[in-house]
Ligand binder design. Structure first.
Ligand SMILES: O=C(O)C(=O)C[C@]1(C(=O)O)C=C[C@@H](O)C=C1
Length: 297
């Protein structure tokens, strides 16, 4: 069973279908923490959640829930193009209220200003929750994933709606720690480091990656919520933890930030970017091992 951020008809459900085998059951949860809790408790084998959008940035609920509680490790990622349908009840009158997930609303701000300028804009827990609420008569229109009309008998007022044409959202499939996915040569590794309050700690973390030739693909900070001024750094980098250079770098990050959590090494959904050669790191590790065993110099 695969838990996902639902209800039925979210973009996350689409991503989940890509992860699951055809016979696997998909189980919707109304919030990201609830979907992750199902995977943590073993109620489902894994969970699919949204992580970041190319227009609106990180999904804070996912970032916080991955950094706290029992550890979960990503085993796969998916990147989906994001364009919306605006859905209404058949035979609707004037659209006075329009609802959706805050990330979706942020991606159609200009469209709404142009086409529904007097409608009140309301946030809901997800794009599909908005569609469900429109069906129940709570709001007049929902900004939803195009697949939502398969689940809710609504009318498409406008299709292919997006202020930014090539917007994309990245999703993760996570499960409790276990055997890691095999390296593919096009992998990403994610960690979250809680930074101790000292001069230069962030520079130290970045230097550990740079001096090993590791490509940083994302860094974001979120407050720990414990104390004002205390942050976690979420770091995505190219490579797999089984590679000597990446393993070395993660150990170094852990030395700087003892509160470092491994969030997974998994194949990249869109391979690209510089490919690091590992040969010299493998050769150096073998040489060192020989020296230590008295078999080389
Ligand atoms: O509400 C949904 O349909 C989701 O899957 C969540 C989500 C998000 O959190 O960014 C996913 C993709 C879109 O960017 C809008 C909403």
């Amino acid at each position: 069973m695969l838990a996902y951020f639902g209800p039925q008809g979210t973009f996350t459900e689409q991503a989940a279908r890509g992860f699951a085998s055809p016979q696997e059951e998909l189980v919707p949860f109304d919030t990201v923490p609830a979907a992750l809790a199902a995977a943590r408790s073993g109620a489902t084998r894994w969970a699919c959640v949204p992580l970041e959008n190319s227009v609106e940035g990180a999904v804070p609920a996912t970032m916080d829930a991955l950094a706290e509680g029992e550890p979960l490790v990503a085993v796969a990622e998916a990147v989906l193009p994001v364009r919306f349908s605006v859905l209404t009840r058949p035979g609707h009158g004037r659209v006075r209220t329009v609802a959706s997930h805050p990330h979706a609303l942020a991606q159609v701000r200009h469209w709404l200003a142009e086409h529904l300028p007097s409608a009140e804009v309301v946030s809901t827990a997800s794009t599909a929750a908005a569609a469900r609420a429109v069906l129940n008569g709570d709001f007049d229109a929902a900004v939803s994933a195009p697949v939502a009309v398969r689940h809710y008998p609504l009318e498409v007022l406008a299709a292919d709606v997006a202020d930014v044409r090539d917007a994309k959202t990245r999703f993760l499939a996570v499960r409790p720690p276990g055997a890691l996915p095999e390296p593919t040569g096009h992998d990403r590794t994610s960690v979250v480091c809680t930074a101790p309050d000292r001069v230069g700690v962030l520079a130290d973390l970045l230097a550990e990656l740079a001096l090993r030739g590791i490509n940083l693909t994302r860094i974001e900070s979120r407050p720990t919520k414990g104390r004002l001024g205390e942050y976690r750094f979420y770091i995505d980098l190219d490579g797999h933890v089984s590679e000597p250079r990446v393993g070395d770098a993660l150990a170094a990050l852990h030395r700087h930030c003892p509160e470092t959590r491994f969030l997974g090494s998994y194949p990249k959904a869109e391979p690209g970017g510089p490919v690091a050669g590992n040969e010299e790191f493998v050769a150096a590790a073998e040489w060192l091992s020989d020296v230590r065993r008295g078999r080389g110099a």
